[in-house]
Ligand binder design. Structure first.
Ligand SMILES: O=P(O)(O)OC[C@H]1O[C@](O)(COP(=O)(O)O)[C@@H](O)[C@@H]1O
Ligand SMILES: [Mg+2]
Ligand SMILES: [Mg+2]
Length: 339
């Protein structure tokens, strides 16, 4: 099929608003602006060495991680693109310690945007896939001056979630609560064109993704599950598994959406008191909404991620997400160990 016969993102969003009554106009406009920001990031990322945007920025983010030049640049691109759109009250990002309230000189709206502008940033200097992850929340009606507290909503309250993946093609994967749909950036037209409808994660899988160099730091139930995975058909799972690790959550989740699998970043003892590596509000929550909307599951080993009450902007969470059967199995091992 040629792209001219396919649906653009704009048309998809208008149909969601007008035909399916699934979103108000201001949310539709917000998603259009987010998509435009992702398009801009895609072009910046693709320039790489040509624009001297690779390498370290020489600064650390609030979590003490060295920022790449592109972490800083993509954060600014996302801020600038979204602050004048008129649909937001405030934003929060991996790269900013505090929330960013829309300044009074811009029109304001009723939504809150939380994002990871560049996911998998250790991949950027070696020209491997990276992405952008975003989550949209409604500002509580009772709130007049935006505060951190307004952002502390459970993932099940997200009104939209998505990611852009900057790989061989740039794709935007989106859910507004009626399935998961993907749009590929047609770089000649400059438009997002729908290329997948209602993506579904197979319930069973024979593929897993985990950074197994951390094995010795894991808790017992995680080690048990991993031992069973690698024992393959000689162990209790009685089948052989394949392993993949891109080191970008966006890329792992995208693979799982397309062909199934389980992605894990468990708690480990490298940093005592820290629950895993991934951040709840701008990594785990949006990805969990997408995974559940595609028929998969997502837990922290015990609890459904979308039911966790956030208590700080940058809090971490252990993540097990993807094909339902495997997520249920590893979750049951954690629950057994807890008893
Ligand atoms: O360095 P590791 O242990 O392989 O961790 C990789 C994980 O870290 C992350 O890159 C964190 O994301 P950021 O690049 O946004 O900090 C995840 O995308 C990925 O799953
Ligand atoms: Mg990330
Ligand atoms: Mg990041």
């Amino acid at each position: 099929m040629t792209t001219t016969k396919r649906k653009s993102l704009s048309r998809y969003l208008i149909e969601e608003q007008r035909v399916h009554n699934n979103m108000p106009a201001d949310l539709r406009l917000l998603i259009e602006i987010i998509a435009r920001a992702c398009k801009h990031i895609s072009f910046s990322v693709s320039k790489g060495l040509l624009d001297d945007v690779l390498g370290n920025a020489g600064t650390d983010n609030v979590q003490g991680e060295a920022q790449k030049k592109l972490d800083v640049l993509t954060n600014e691109l996302f801020l600038e693109a979204n602050e004048w759109g008129g649909n937001l009250a405030a934003m929060a990002s991996e790269e900013m310690e505090h929330i960013y309230e829309i300044p009074n000189r811009f029109p304001k709206g009723e939504y809150l945007l939380v994002y990871d502008p560049l996911d998998g940033s250790s991949n950027i200097d070696i020209n491997v896939t990276v992405g952008t992850i975003f989550s949209v929340l409604k500002k509580p009606e009772s709130s007049h001056n935006v505060s951190n507290q307004d952002f502390f909503q459970k993932g099940c309250q997200q009104v939209a979630a998505g990611y852009a993946i900057y790989g061989p093609q740039t794709q935007l994967v989106l859910t507004t609560g009626r399935g998961v749909h993907s749009f590929t950036l047609d770089t000649q037209l400059g438009s997002w064109i729908q290329t997948q409808e209602d993506m579904q994660i197979p319930e069973t899988t024979a593929e897993f993704a985990i950074n197994s160099s951390n094995y010795r730091y894991w808790e017992k139930p995680m080690q048990r599950y991993y031992d069973e995975l690698i024992a393959g058909e000689t162990g209790p799972l009685q089948k052989n598994y394949n392993m993949r690790w891109v080191a970008a959550m966006v890329a792992e989740v995208h693979r799982i959406l397309n062909r199934g699998g389980i992605f894990m970043y468990p708690t480990d003892s490298r940093t005592p008191g820290r629950a895993g590596k991934l951040r709840l509000m701008y990594e785990a929550n949006p990805m969990s909404m997408i995974v559940e909307q595609a028929g998969g599951a997502a837990t922290d080993g015990i609890t459904r991620i979308l039911d966790i009450q956030p208590t700080s902007l940058h809090e971490r969470v252990a993540v097990f997400m993807g094909s339902k059967q495997e997520v249920e199995r590893v979750t049951s091992y954690h629950k057994e160990a807890q008893k």
